[in-house]
Design a protein. Structure first.
Length: 528
């Protein structure tokens, strides 16, 4: 059972996609931190970098947008119908359905934004970027990725406009069908229908939700999207760069557009004003779904009733427990994520190989869920527990593939290696959940640890040994040491004999003064 929960407050809107009352995906939008993916800007080229075949474009944001040469549309370089990927999965703004780790796929993520169109093979060899763009040139671009860490947003000049059933790509001439529509007769029917209706130039991706779409629904989507494109072009002509030409839908309408399908049993909204706004939209564009949208009026708050906050808190932890007693450890690095599978408290009942197989099979389902929930992207290494039998390895890998099939973000996994490792990638469009909801620890500066008390104490003793000698009358010469109170305790108690040895060496009395506001690793020595 799939449900969508929308919690609205003055400061932010939260969206939870729940499968069998278990949190599967989470999106939010804060009033002061609106995303940019899907937005269309008129930008000015700041810098062209021939060595990277890329450019930086000023769009009026804090960081310039990054534009790669293969994301630049060149007039006359249309994609040949047979060259463009036939489909994509489902998606929201520049992103299109199911964006994949490889360049050129589409993605469907309401919190993310437009439809990131597949990278097109060209009729002619690609021109170098210095022959396409010049500094100061004004161009129309769409954001495909949010700023991540120190990187600015990623952009494309291939505009993608997602509707309810179709994604319109005005610069290409191609009709593709979502891979998630598996019935070949239905795929062919939809493709022929859209080809007949679209008329002139312009490409469409038929989204997963379009399965069963009628001709009138397709015609309405096409008319709306083509009029929208005309409006965007006319507005861009009158605006000065840098400026925002079109802002993508907010997280509520993106969710409705991309996730409210026949699989969803109920969509709950806990705010009367937002509920009325949604019902007006549903009544106009999606009347068949009106009965599934409900105002939450329960005695318990919506998210509390589904235990969403607790599940979110657990999604920020490194260790994830499995029902059997085994567990996962999820470690993030700069360029990859490592997931380690452990048997933990699970000892099984039969032979060790059976216990290991059962743990690994349980882990694959949870791993796929955690990837979606945490929005983990990039390179991912999964360290399964070693299995001796090849057939067991195949069974675990097949289970992983089946679990990943529910993920809208495109994934690519290689078979289990002899070391028990799976190397895989998952398309990343925005920051993962930990980065979105947290920040680098100010105390450890992101290292994940601090030095031990004894290590710090010994570093201080070593530093004290370099203090100039107090001369013939050590009682008149002192060295004042400012440290954290915990370090004061260990120096004066456990390491007192070593401290006294240092006093004799430097011929000074060492006075320790605690500074409770200092970092535990910080200290200072005053030795007049």
């Amino acid at each position: 059972m799939v449900e969508i929960l929308i919690h609205v407050s003055h400061e932010e809107t939260k969206v939870a996609l729940v499968e069998n009352r278990q949190l599967a995906e989470f999106f939010f939008e804060r009033k002061r931190e609106a995303g940019v993916v899907g937005n269309i800007y008129k930008g000015r080229v700041n810098k062209v970098l021939p060595g990277m075949q890329a450019a930086f474009v000023d769009v009026g944001l804090e960081k310039a947008a990054f534009l790669y040469v293969d994301d630049i549309y060149v007039e006359g370089s249309d994609i040949l119908p047979g060259e463009m990927p036939q489909d994509d999965q489902t998606a929201p703004p520049p992103p299109v359905e199911g964006e994949s780790p490889a360049e050129g796929s589409l993605t469907e993520d309401p919190a993310a934004g437009p439809v990131s169109r597949p990278e097109p093979p060209r009729k002619m060899p690609r021109k170098p970027i210095e022959e396409i763009l010049t500094e100061g040139q004004e161009i129309l671009i769409q954001m495909t990725k949010e700023p991540i860490s120190t990187k600015g947003p990623r952009a494309t000049t291939y505009i993608s406009l997602p509707g309810r059933y179709l994604v319109y790509m005005p610069q290409v001439n191609h009709v593709g069908v979502s891979r998630r529509i598996t019935n070949e007769e239905e795929r062919q029917r939809l493709k022929e229908m859209v080809n007949a209706l679209k008329g002139g130039k312009g490409g469409y991706i038929i989204r997963t939700v379009a399965e069963g779409m009628s001709e009138s629904e397709a015609r309405s989507d096409i008319i709306f999207l083509e009029l929208l494109w005309q409006d965007i072009r006319s507005r861009a002509e009158t605006m000065k760069a840098p400026s925002l030409v079109r802002e993508d839908l907010d997280v509520v309408f993106r969710t409705i557009r991309d996730y409210l399908t026949h699989e969803v049993e109920t969509l709950y909204i806990d705010d009367v004003k937002e509920y009325k706004r949604v019902m007006d939209f549903i009544g106009t564009y999606m009347p068949d779904y009106a009965s599934r949208v409900r105002l939450w009026e329960g005695p318990t708050p919506l998210f509390a009733s589904y235990d969403i906050e607790r599940q979110l808190s657990k999604a920020l932890e490194k260790k994830v427990w499995l029902k059997s007693g085994g567990y996962l450890v999820i470690d993030r690095a700069e360029a990859l994520t490592v997931i380690d599978v452990n048997t933990g408290r699970f000892v099984g009942e039969n032979d060790p190989e059976s216990t290991i197989l059962q743990t690994n099979l349980e882990a694959v389902t949870e791993i796929a869920r955690q990837l979606r929930l945490r929005n983990i992207g990039g390179i991912i290494i999964i360290d399964f527990i070693d299995m001796e039998k090849e057939k067991n390895r195949e069974k675990v890998f097949q289970g992983l593939q089946e679990s990943l099939a529910h993920d809208k973000a495109r994934t690519n996994a290689l078979k289990i290696s002899d070391l028990g490792l799976v190397e895989m990638s998952r398309k990343r469009v925005r920051e993962d959940l930990v980065h979105l909801l947290g920040e680098t620890c100010a105390y450890c500066d992101g290292k994940g640890y601090t030095k031990s008390l004894r290590t710090i104490a010994y570093e201080i003793l070593e530093e004290l040994r370099s203090v100039p000698s107090g001369g013939q009358n050590p009682k008149e010469k002192k060295a004042i040491l400012f440290v954290h109170p915990e370090i004061q305790t260990i120096l004066q108690e456990e390491e007192r004999d070593f401290l006294q040895a240092v006093e004799r060496k430097i011929r000074r009395q060492i006075i320790i003064k605690p500074d409770p506001l200092s970092h535990i690793e910080e200290f200072s020595i005053v030795a007049p």
